[in-house]
Design a protein around this ligand. Structure first.
Ligand SMILES: Nc1ncnc2c1ncn2[C@@H]1O[C@H](COP(=O)(O)OP(=O)(O)OP(=O)(O)O)[C@@H](O)[C@H]1O
Ligand code: SF4
Ligand SMILES: [Mg+2]
Length: 406
């Protein structure tokens, strides 16, 4: 974790000789999200559009991101993960709420101040097939952000910077003039990551960065992100619906349901000591490779569909699917806080959980039994060729060169 906010990474790459970053006040999170809301209006009528409701995609999200940490965000499809991501990188304006970057509310900034902050919060997208412009070379794609931020890389140095970035993400710098279609899915995602790193950001918001990839390649990309975090001292918001991958990469995890965070804590608190029924249900569906452990774990089947975000249930929004729901759950919105029952304890169950009747229930076997990506071998010395991180076979035989195009 960056303690004083100065300098980034300790390696010898030219990429790290970058603009100084203002220091954080002691212990202050790099990012604080407060009461974040995104409602999309539902309208009726062709000429005179009348608002008849709203899709409450994000409906009051709060979290902190410490410098150098990875916060995983999990939840079923449609719960608002991507909408949160888009607001963090300023692709969508929030309806309400604040996004504080080093104490400054980004939602209130404009002009040069906003541009400076945006440079420091970059996004890696889910789909490496559609997020890269097929008519641009890899060099132009990765170097494009320098058109908006020429101060990061003066014109004469850009090609070399892009080559360095290709090298950093395990691709051959010689392929700078190739096009995206000449690369495999995993390699394209590496190009997306290189582009995300181009402006030397402090925060990367990765929205399902490996979900579109072949399972055999997912671990390699996750390991690459892990390595880059250490090398460039990055803070990550890592969004995914695969709980095993999220555990592998995250320091803390937030579980979202219908536009809100239901439970948040360290990975051990959430995976080994979940107290919210929704988290417990999600975890009970995680694949367990060990057959003995599989036979002994409890599977919680949720009944009913996720309600429409345009028609959120009163009280606890999870109550229509919760097997523990009682009258209070219909009347009173549970706050995301340490439940009263755990407040005076020192157990790992003492973490934020939005449930009136929070109870600890371990539903998955100890960490070792979860399916997680293969541990990364140390990357091979430069120039050695095909290591786990420096190229991908993607089922096409052993060697593909250093991440070269197909
Ligand atoms: N521009 C929009 N207009 C109206 N509704 C939207 C818009 N964008 C998203 N939504 C709705 O907001 C809700 C949250 O969408 P979002 O894409 O954030 O979910 P998600 O958690 O990322 O899902 P997934 O796991 O499938 O990617 C969904 O119901 C979606 O249909
Ligand atoms: S508040 Fe009630 S409905 Fe909501 S999760 Fe807790 S027990 Fe279930
Ligand atoms: Mg999404």
């Amino acid at each position: 974790m960056r303690a004083d906010g100065t300098g980034r990474g300790g390696g010898g790459s030219t990429l790290q000789a970058e603009a100084p970053v203002p220091p954080l006040a002691g212990g202050e999170p790099i990012l604080q999200v407060r009461g974040l809301v995104k409602h999309y209006p539902l309208t009726q009528g062709i000429l005179f559009k009348k608002q008849i409701g709203a899709v409450k995609a994000v409906d009051g999200v709060d979290f902190d991101l410490a410098a150098g940490e990875t916060l995983g965000i999990v939840g079923e499809s449609g719960c608002g993960k991507s909408t949160v991501a888009k607001m963090l990188v300023h692709l969508e304006p929030p309806t309400e709420g604040a996004i504080l970057y080093k104490g400054q509310d980004v939602t209130k900034l404009s002009g040069r101040a906003l541009k400076a902050v945006r440079r420091n919060i970059q996004m890696v997208f889910q789909d490496p097939y559609t997020s890269l412009n097929p008519r641009m070379t890899v060099g132009d794609i990765i170097g494009e952000p320098y058109e908006i931020h020429p101060e990061v890389a003066p014109k004469g140095s850009r090609r070399q910077r892009v080559r360095d970035l290709l090298d950093v993400v395990g691709l051959n710098p010689e392929y700078i003039n190739r096009y995206p279609h000449q690369f495999s899915g995993g390699q394209r995602q590496r190009i997306g990551i290189a582009r995300g790193l181009a402006l030397n950001p402090e925060i990367i918001v990765a929205d399902e960065p490996v979900s579109a990839l072949d399972v055999s390649v997912q671990a390699q990309v996750v390991n690459l992100l892990d390595r880059l975090q250490a090398e460039f001292d990055l803070s990550f918001v890592f969004i995914a619906h695969d709980l095993s991958i999220v555990r592998h990469i995250s320091d803390r995890v937030g579980v979202m349901y219908l536009g809100r965070i239901m439970e948040i804590g360290t990975d051990a608190e959430i995976y080994d000591h979940p107290t919210h029924p929704y988290t417990q249900a999600l975890l009970s569906a995680v694949p367990v490779p060990d057959p003995t452990a599989r036979d002994h774990r409890e599977r919680i089947i949720l009944h009913g569909d996720v309600p429409s975000p345009a028609n959120i249930p009163s009280g606890c929004r999870f109550r229509t699917r919760c097997w523990k729901a009682q009258e209070r759950c219909e009347l009173e919105v549970p706050l995301l806080a340490v439940p009263a029952v755990f407040r005076d304890t020192a157990t790992p169950a003492r973490h934020d959980s939005a449930c009136h009747f929070a109870e600890e229930k371990r539903v998955v076997p100890p960490e070792g039994l979860l399916e997680t990506p293969e541990p990364a071998d140390a990357p091979p010395p430069r120039g050695e060729g095909e290591g786990e991180e420096r190229g991908e076979s993607e089922g096409r035989g052993e060697s593909e060169g250093r991440g070269g195009p197909e």
